[in-house]
Design a protein around this ligand. Structure first.
Ligand code: 4NP
Length: 173
């Protein structure tokens, strides 16, 4: 029996404790609202190794919680070479993240790496690093990620439908 096909998406930032865990949680929530969670595999990872094994930053957990989302169960991990083969779309939160991912990616997988807001919203903007900032910055990051996640789900709707159809086809053969 073949495995249910899925669109695989990896969100990446520097530490995987502030921005990318929020993106993972918020995008999953947007998919849940659309009844499409089962069509995607979502994960997040860090470029640096400082926080591996740790839960998200309490300020990101609090920002998510203010919007009814619990991301406290996530755990930081670092990007690894297999990620570039496994994930269809790999999103850097800022330009530096994206540049570093492009550099790490085997050449034939570089096309999978994108700047998140640019891909989702068509605007060449970054999700700025809030690590040394205040609570309002985390709130602003949440809002950017929510807007981009809704747009991303729209952008991938067609692809999700074809994944859904191929899953139905393989489950009946
Ligand atoms: P993130 O934020 O990349 O959004 O998770 C940061 C978290 C930790 C550090 C920098 C940015 N740090 O330097 O430890």
């Amino acid at each position: 029996m073949s495995k249910q096909p899925r669109i695989t998406i990896l969100f990446v930032c520097l530490g995987n404790i502030c921005r990318s865990p929020l993106a993972e949680g918020v995008f999953r929530e947007v998919l849940r609202e659309k009844g499409q969670e089962h069509l995607f595999e979502i994960d997040s990872a860090a470029l640096g190794d400082w926080h591996v094994g740790q839960p998200p930053d309490p300020r990101s957990v609090a920002a998510a919680w203010r919007h009814g989302l619990d991301i406290s169960g996530q755990k930081c991990r670092q990007v690894n070479p297999e990620d570039f083969r496994h994930f269809d779309l790999i999103f850097g939160m800022d330009r530096d993240n994206t540049r570093r991912l492009q550099h790490l990616a085997p050449p034939d997988t570089r096309g999978r790496v994108h700047l998140f807001l640019e891909y989702a919203l068509g605007r060449p903007e970054e999700v700025p690093d809030p690590y040394y900032e205040d609570e309002e910055s985390f709130e602003a990051v949440y809002r950017m990620i929510r807007e981009a996640s809704e747009a991303l789900a729209e952008r991938l709707a067609e692809r999700a439908l074809s994944v859904c159809r191929s899953g139905q086809a393989s489950s009946t053969t």
